[in-house]
Design a protein around this ligand. Structure first.
Ligand code: G1P
Ligand code: ZN
Length: 547
């Protein structure tokens, strides 16, 4: 083994967002690309003497990248790296290990729900000691470092055997290979009423968990089948594959269509749909839940979890508060009001929740984009949400449809949908946003498609913990009956611009709780198109993805 310092030159565009640096896999595999970025991280966080967690979602290049990162960590003087066996860790499991072992942070290899493989995406993200994504000051510093980098340090020699559990040495650094599942499963067992869920399965309750050939497979098999007694085969697509078997591991009704079809299939003499279905994404932080014949929107899921969390041991004392991202529906706000607890509205992205949780202001939080979590760690957590649902179903003794009907009868229903327009030329999308931004301030009091605008703005957020102000977080138009739409551009895509249109309309009930969401939202959809001229700017009349 030789310690080497290699001369390098900055590579343009290594700017990490809240989800880290995400690029085409081939870009990451290019000369010195990974090395430059990882050295930038180690320079900024001052790796010498530190302990880190390392793992990824198993996508193509995960194994090679792990070897490089380990050899660079050692060469930069890190004391210890805790790595999941075969370099596998789900994002929530990595967040938990960072906290459990009181490490100085971790490096997560994933591009979340983006497809994997040589033609797919890869990503690297640094999480800080609280277990959450690095704050903007850190990601900006990493980016700045990448623009001036001149050399990186690496041990050259044999690969480590990461399939072997236990301790190994790399130069002066210790590498501990750990079971990726064990600590996470133990945490879940502490949070939830496992005996009640076990009794539910023992009573014949049937579930389908679609791990989409991504990282949650081993976690779901261990927890659902081995510990909770769900029937063998409950978890499908349970082996993480480098290209996710060609699936797009994004748990929504479009990409998890096989699950949706099964859950909505009409009963026959030989077949009845499972009682409960769930799916998770590439790195395991997202979730979708679906009952027999009923889809639960992520915004509604967050509201139901908040309203019923006390049925789980970890939340029996009640919630400190709840938070949702601005485009997420206000369903959870109604629950918080009824419970007399605080609710927060943050910009899109998980990092804003971390501050609120570190300050003890919030216990549960979530986003409309299939992300839900709690203060048990500092990432969203797909299996956690699935287990809390199971806990609630077990303790209430009701079906998903019954739980939803009760919830809407009590709180009313926030009809909700997101329309995505993908692969738009960036200049067209920017032009549309600029025009709309110029118009929102003067909209109050005007009518669009017969709907009276009560307020409209470009959402800005002042963090109640550190006071940092985030501007330009999405254009929102709110009508006098509480209906609204929000328009923003995606910050996570790797090709062109993705325009997201978020739509919401409240029905107090008891009538009008059973509409098709697209029908219920039709007037708001029309108003958004009229105002933003989406077709004029993008050439698209209808969205590519509706969730
Ligand atoms: C998307 C989601 C957002 C989520 C992020 C990371 O970001 O909309 O809620 O936090 O992925 O999972 P966007 O592409 O909209 O910027
Ligand atoms: Zn993810």
């Amino acid at each position: 083994m030789t310690l080497r310092t290699i001369q390098t030159q900055p590579i343009a565009g290594q700017k990490p967002g809240t989800s880290g640096l995400r690029k085409k896999t081939r870009v990451f595999m290019g000369p010195q690309y990974l090395e430059n970025f990882v050295q930038s991280i180690f320079d900024v966080v001052q790796a010498a003497g530190k302990t880190f967690v390392l793992g990824g979602d198993g996508r193509y290049f995960n194994d090679r990248a792990a070897q490089v990162i380990l050899r660079m960590a050692a060469a930069n003087g890190a004391a210890r790296v805790i790595v999941g066996r075969d370099a596998i860790l789900s994002t929530p499991a990595a967040s938990h290990l960072i906290r459990l072992n009181k490490t100085d942070g971790g490096i997560l290899m994933s591009a979340s729900h983006n497809p994997g493989g040589p033609d797919g995406d890869f990503g690297v993200k640094f999480n800080t000691a609280n277990g959450g994504p690095a704050p903007e000051a850190v990601t900006e510093a990493i980016y700045a470092r990448s623009t001036e980098i001149g050399q990186y340090h690496i041990w050259e020699g044999q690969d480590l055997d990461l399939s072997r559990m236990g301790r190994q040495e790399l130069g002066d650094m210790v590498v501990d290979v750990v079971d990726p599942v064990a600590d996470y499963a133990a945490l879940m067992e502490r949070l939830f009423d496992f005996p009640a869920i076990r009794a539910l399965f023992a009573g014949g309750f049937r579930m389908r968990m679609d791990s989409m050939n991504a990282v949650t497979g081993p976690y779901a098999v261990e927890i659902l089948e081995n510990r909770l007694g769900a029937a063998a085969g409950t978890v499908v697509n349970a082996t993480p594959l480098p290209d996710f078997g060609g699936l797009h591991p994004d748990p929504n009704p479009i990409w998890a269509k096989a699950l949706m079809d099964e859950m909505f299939a009409p009963p026959t003499a030989a077949f009845a749909a499972p009682d409960f279905g769930a799916a998770s994404d590439g790195d395991g932080d997202r979730n979708m839940v679906v009952g027999r014949g009923i889809y639960v929107s992520p915004s509604d899921s967050l509201a139901v979890l908040a309203a019923n969390a006390q049925l789980a041991p970890a939340y029996a004392q009640g919630l400190a508060g709840v938070a949702r991202s601005m485009p997420t529906s206000a369903a959870v706000d109604r629950v918080a009001q009824a419970m007399g607890i605080a609710h927060f509205e943050t910009p899109t992205g998980w990092k804003f929740f971390g501050n609120l949780m570190d300050a003890g202001k919030v216990t549960l939080c979530g986003e409309e984009s299939f992300g839900t979590g709690s203060d048990h760690l500092r990432e969203k957590d797909g299996l956690w949400a699935v287990l809390l649902w199971l806990n609630i179903l077990a303790r209430r003794g009701q079906s998903v449809a019954e739980v939803m009907a009760d919830h809407w009868a009590r709180f009313g229903r926030n009809y909700y949908s997101r329309h995505d327009f993908e692969g738009i030329p960036a200049d067209r999308a920017e032009a549309m946003m600029a025009r709309l931004r110029g118009r929102v301030s003067g909209l109050a009091g005007q009518k669009i498609n017969g709907l009276l605008v009560a307020a409209a703005d470009d959402f800005a957020y002042a963090d109640p913990v550190d006071g940092v102000v985030s501007k330009g977080q999405g254009l929102r138009v709110i009508f006098d009956d509480g209906a609204r739409f929000v328009v923003r551009l995606s910050g996570t895509g790797t090709e062109g611009a993705t325009l997201r249109l978020y739509l919401e309309r409240y029905a107090a009930g008891p009538e009008g709780l059973d509409l098709d969401p697209q029908m219920a939202l039709a007037p708001v959809i029309r108003a958004a198109h009229l105002l933003a001229d989406i077709a004029g700017f993008t050439g698209r009349e209808s969205p590519d993805v509706v969730t």
